[in-house]
Design a protein around this ligand. Structure first.
Ligand code: SF4
Length: 471
């Protein structure tokens, strides 16, 4: 309810709230259809744009993608009403499957309600593991929720284990007899049950990609270099389910995020790759300065970001900075001012958030992280690791090498893989340099003392931490 937290100016809050409700009501069906489909509408779009992670992020699309796209979920979502995760959310993107009869596990045979699946569940538990079976995805979704397992981490970790198995880096000795090929739904659901019980191979997968890399190298002799290249984690967190290979900005969005490669801080993939709104290195660095700070502000205020950018005003494209959705930023300025009674500007909101964002970096530093080496990402996130991957998109990659001056006709595929890798890795390092400079951090990713001073957070203990780290 609008008055439940005692806003300073209830009328002002209701006016901006009514405006936002009306816009969502009027335009959601024409734009993303969040009320009708939830985030599941993204599966088909990502598959079409080669952005849906398939087989541990080797590929961005699959001919069976249509088996888990929005039409399939629309037919299974049974409640038929917009379902919000808090009282009063007009966008109401949650959806559920009622009366689903479980086929496995401790609740086998029982009819249950399954909350979801969301895009990430369909993409991570499904496509990324090569499983295009909606019933499996719903069942895996239910048991992840029941066992309190994060569906993104489970999907990405299982996809990594499947690729290791298919590459022969591990075998049935490691999997406890499970035939852990891509697409094997039976083995995947058994691994989820094992994860829930903390037993067998599931208990290994449940430790996440970073620990699996160590275990597979130490106990099964797997090559640490290939494990590093294909293990989709950074800062110990599994990647969320967007293929970043063709978007340098999204690589930065993942690699430079404070808590690891999730899309909460910077989802720039469409802006960069599809809409070409941030073509230069400076544009990308500016986006990787602004959007993480802006998106962090929602977290500070306990607000969901989806109403900010999933629906846009009809004339948004005509504004100077359509990606920021300026009218919606003004809505949040109104909301903050109405709730607190402090008249603020959009710059004030950003300043609040930039302070916290820098505190987060300092906190990471204090815990022994927060420097450049921790902002690295596996090469699988940047480009094709294997010959097979390169050849699956050879036309695209050859064109890029030609533009760089290579005579691709005279090169073997391994030579092309190496040349593209050298280029893409150097681009990533240049991006990191540009983002650090824009954020007021050193080349090692440490906030400078002058940045702390500008933000008014140059408290003695904070300054001491950054000084020790060379800031
Ligand atoms: S608060 Fe956000 S995530 Fe929850 S139902 Fe509304 S739009 Fe969806």
């Amino acid at each position: 309810k609008a008055d439940s937290n005692g806003p300073a100016d209830l009328g002002r809050l209701q006016r901006v709230g009514a405006k936002m409700h009306k816009e969502i009501h009027d335009y959601d069906d024409q734009q993303c259809g969040m009320r009708r489909h939830g985030t599941s509408y993204l599966v088909g779009i990502m598959n079409d744009y080669d952005l849906l992670p398939v087989h541990n992020f080797r590929y961005g699309s699959h001919p069976d993608g249509h088996k888990i796209d929005v039409k399939v979920w629309d037919a299974r979502f049974t409640q038929g009403v917009p379902d919000g995760c808090w009282y009063g959310c007009t966008l109401s993107c949650s959806h559920a499957v009622d009366g689903f009869v479980l086929r496995t596990g401790p609740y086998k045979g029982q009819k249950v309600i399954v909350d979801g699946p969301e895009y990430e569940n369909a993409a991570g538990l499904g496509a990324n593991c090569g499983i295009f079976d909606p019933d499996y995805i719903i069942e895996a979704n239910f048991y992840c929720d029941t066992y309190a397992l994060d569906t993104i981490s489970v999907g990405t970790a299982m996809a990594f284990a499947m690729e290791c198995y298919e590459m022969g880096l591990i075998d049935k000795r490691a999997t406890g007899g499970l035939d852990f090929r891509f697409g094997n739904a039976e083995a995947a659901i058994e691994a989820i049950h094992q994860m829930g019980r903390g037993e067998g191979f599931g208990a290994i997968i449940g430790q996440g990609v970073r620990r699996m890399k160590k275990i597979f190298a130490e106990q099964y002799g797997a090559d640490p270099k290939i494990l590093q290249d294909i293990g989709m984690e950074a800062k110990g967190l599994e990647f969320s389910e967007y293929m970043p290979k063709e978007s340098l900005a999204q690589q930065g969005g993942y690699g430079l995020a404070s808590k690891g490669p999730q899309h909460d801080e910077a989802w720039l993939i469409f802006m960069d790759m599809v809409n070409n709104q941030i073509p230069t290195m400076e544009d990308k660095a500016e986006a990787l300065h602004y959007f993480p700070i802006w998106r962090t502000w929602f977290g500070l205020c306990g607000l969901c970001k989806l109403p900010w950018n999933d629906i846009v005003p009809p004339d948004n494209a005509l504004t100077d900075e359509p990606a920021k959705i300026p009218e919606h930023v003004r809505n949040y300025v109104e909301i903050f001012s109405a709730v607190t009674g402090r008249q603020v500007t959009s710059e004030d909101l950003l300043l609040m958030s930039e302070r916290v964002y820098n505190f987060q970096r300092v906190f990471n530093l204090r815990m022994g992280f927060g420097t450049r080496e921790h902002d690295k990402i596996p090469y699988r996130a940047q480009g094709p690791v294997t010959v097979e991957e390169y050849e699956s998109r050879a036309e695209r990659y050859d064109k890029q090498l030609k533009a760089l001056g290579y005579d691709v006709e005279k090169m073997s595929t391994p030579e092309k893989v190496a040349a593209l890798r050298a280029h893409r890795e150097s681009q990533y390092e240049k991006l990191v340099d540009a983002v650090y400079a824009r954020r007021g951090w050193t080349k090692n990713g440490v906030p400078k003392v002058e940045t702390l001073q500008r933000l008014g957070i140059d408290y003695p203990d904070v300054v001491e931490i950054v000084r020790r780290a060379g800031g």
